[in-house]
Design a protein around this ligand. Sequence first.
Ligand code: FES
Length: 146
Amino acid sequence: MEKEPKIVAFLCNWCSYAGADLAGVSRLQYPPNVRVIRVPCSGRINPLFIINALRNGADAVLTSGCHPGDCHYATGNLVARRKFALLKNLMDYIGVEDERVSFSWVSASEGTRFAEVINKVTERAKKVGPNNGLFNKESGCGGCNQ
Ligand code: FES
């Protein structure tokens, strides 16, 4: 049996989290291997949160916020997108496949879209395989061998 990848999803409270909730209430099918972390706004996500999730055994990390123009804090989602673009550029440098990090916009009414995003993130994680880039299972340390 194929091992399901571990996915950590940072979801903004106002849109993406509500979209995930709608997907659940609507009984839409998506992989159950997602650990949701609710944040006030996607702009709150520090790229270190994503790196730490990967260091602690996540196979892929999703950040999702409100669509442009819908952020409850005006421009938090646009700030998040800029931070995410910089992090994507860094992935190769730190030795992690960039397929492991994803960014999306999902509104509160888009339960179907949330399920599609999770399915896509899971497929990409399966394609690249288990995360061994930052996570050293033998030493318990993220690549420092200590
Ligand atoms: Fe949702 Fe800012 S409140 S991204």
